[in-house]
Write a protein that binds this ligand. Structure first.
Ligand code: HEM
Ligand code: HEM
Length: 450
């Protein structure tokens, strides 16, 4: 590019810039793609169970969005005129620019497609729900393949995705380098093609806006934290107070009315009927409602192909109505959000959600309810109850130790359950060679009197 050609106005041969639709799609896709790369890095090497799972969900959602936008962009490009190359641009530059642009279309469409292949050929069928709302199918034909062919396609997907990611870095470096060259050295109108009204030169504010936008998108990619896997929390009062944990002591200052403590708290007792304050002397005989505190945890341990795996549910609630003096009226309901199961591996965590394991789309929650408690030794109890998991209800006994110190209780318990009894592990996973049937479930919690 020579100095004489620099400030030439656009010729009559074509438009001075891309159409508004093309410009909007360019910047939208550029931002999404850069954010997506950062998400990909984080999801790929994040060891953090539930968070990694959520990052993958977003990665898939944004990736498919890029696919849709890019196909739209391509159709638009094929049916609308692009601005002409700057006058006097050397042929090699024109070819290089076209090659980079074609390369971009290859990755803009190829990356989502290869990602989609990976997901469609995963050994375990994992449904994709875009942005948590729109069910997205697998690529037709792939999920039905025989195991060998499926694995081969899965490898192609991984290999292709990885190579295209590397290709993206090269394209981006060339593309940004070219923009800088045209804008700063050649001082021509190329940046203005995509940034309406931009003038050549380093002082152009739109150039700095683009740079700031780039930095902001990278920062957003790193800062984004998926809807926080909430620390174990007591059941929210509005949803469950009227079901079970009718408080022993009237929380007089609070708006919540005290329940009538005349008998065992019955699930049927609606909050409105519980307006009358309880007579003080009857209070002590009823079991106490406890609020689970932060730092409590619910874990599961298993072996997967001889590798021990530690898992944790990051979202669960417990309605606890319990007093050692009122075992007969004590009650416990633990509700576990199965999608919050994290084992430190995004792919594995995704597979746990799938139809072969928890099948969370049909059974998002597991519930353990117990209304029978036995004391087995000083400070040791067993809760005999029912576990409802994956639509199957089976009796389960949960031994635990308990220490109550003033208003604070600490409890720990461990039990073992047979996953096959609940259908956790279908198809090839129903066999126990890869994953033994016995799963250890343990909890440690601190609770405060409500
Ligand atoms: C991953 C991010 C990006 C992708 C995938 C991308 C893709 C493309 C593609 C495919 C074109 C050709 C026009 C078209 O057919 O749409 C283009 C043109 C352009 N891009 Fe990007 N771009 C990205 C980022 C950027 C950034 C960050 C800038 C500026 C700082 C930029 C500035 C431009 C300019 C000025 C043109 C017009 C080039 C010309 O008319 O010859 N792009 N981009
Ligand atoms: C333009 C869109 C996309 C971009 C830029 C992109 C980028 C990336 C990046 C940078 C990684 C990390 C690779 C590494 O660290 O080695 C990655 C991994 C991954 N992506 Fe994407 N991706 C896109 C679309 C998709 C889509 C649509 C899906 C699924 C539907 C997907 C599924 C995956 C999976 C499963 C992995 C981890 C597997 C592996 O490491 O090969 N990606 N992606």
């Amino acid at each position: 590019m020579t100095a004489e050609t620099l400030s030439k106005p656009a010729s009559a041969a074509g438009p001075v810039r891309y159409s508004t639709v093309a410009i909007i799609l360019h910047w939208l896709i550029a931002a999404a793609l850069i954010f997506q790369v950062i998400l990909g890095w984080r999801a790929d090497d994040g060891p953090k169970g539930a968070e990694t799972f959520a990052l993958f969900q977003l990665h898939k959602s944004i990736g498919i969005t890029i696919l849709v936008l890019s196909v739209a962009r391509l159709l638009w490009k094929l049916t609308h005129k692009s601005p002409p190359a700057p006058a006097g641009q050397p042929t090699w530059e024109k070819i290089a620019a076209s090659a980079v642009h074609v390369g971009f279309y290859v990755i803009m469409i190829g990356l989502p497609l290869t990602g989609w292949i990976i997901v469609s050929t995963s050994r375990i069928n994992i449904p994709t729900i875009l942005f948590g709302a729109i069910p997205w199918p697998h690529l037709p034909g792939l999920p039905e393949l025989a195991a060998g062919a499926k694995d081969a396609w899965n490898n192609i997907g991984h290999l292709g995705h990885g190579l295209l990611v590397k290709f993206t870095y090269v394209l981006l470096a060339l593309h940004l380098g070219a923009v800088a060259k045209h804008q700063i050295l050649d001082r021509d109108e190329v940046f203005g093609h995509m940034a309406a009204g931009a003038k050549p030169g380093i002082k152009e504010p739109r150039l700095w806006l683009a740079a700031a936008g780039f930095a902001a998108v990278v920062a957003a990619g790193y800062l984004y934290t998926p809807a926080k896997a909430k620390a174990p929390q007591p059941a929210p009062a509005e949803s469950s107070a009227d079901e079970l944990a009718l408080p022993e002591e009237a929380p007089a200052a609070a708006a919540a009315p005290a329940a009538t403590p005349a008998g065992p708290a019955t699930p049927a007792a609606p909050a409105e009927t519980a307006e009358a304050a309880p007579p003080a002397d009857s209070v002590l005989k009823d079991p106490v409602a406890w609020a689970v505190q932060k730092g409590s945890h619910l874990d599961f341990n298993l072996a997967w192909a001889d590798t021990p795996i530690q898992g944790r549910f990051s979202r669960w609630t417990a309605d606890i109505l319990f007093s050692p003096e009122a075992l007969d009226r004590s009650k416990l309901t633990v509700s576990i959000d199965l999608a919050s199961a994290g084992t430190g591996d995004g792919q594995r965590d995704e597979s746990l959600q799938g139809p072969d394991f928890f099948n969370t789309s049909a059974n998002p929650k597991a519930t353990f309810t117990a209304s029978k408690f036995r004391k087995t030794a000083e400070g040791r109890y067993v809760a005999d109850g029912t576990l409802d998991l994956r639509g199957v209800k089976k009796p389960l006994s949960l031994p635990f130790s308990l220490k109550i110190d003033g208003d604070t209780a600490t409890a720990r318990g461990v039990t073992t359950l047979d996953r096959t009894a609940f259908g956790v592990g279908q198809g090839e996973w129903a066999s126990t060679d890869q994953i033994p049937a016995k799963i250890k479930v343990s909890f440690a919690l601190t609770a405060k009197k409500k």
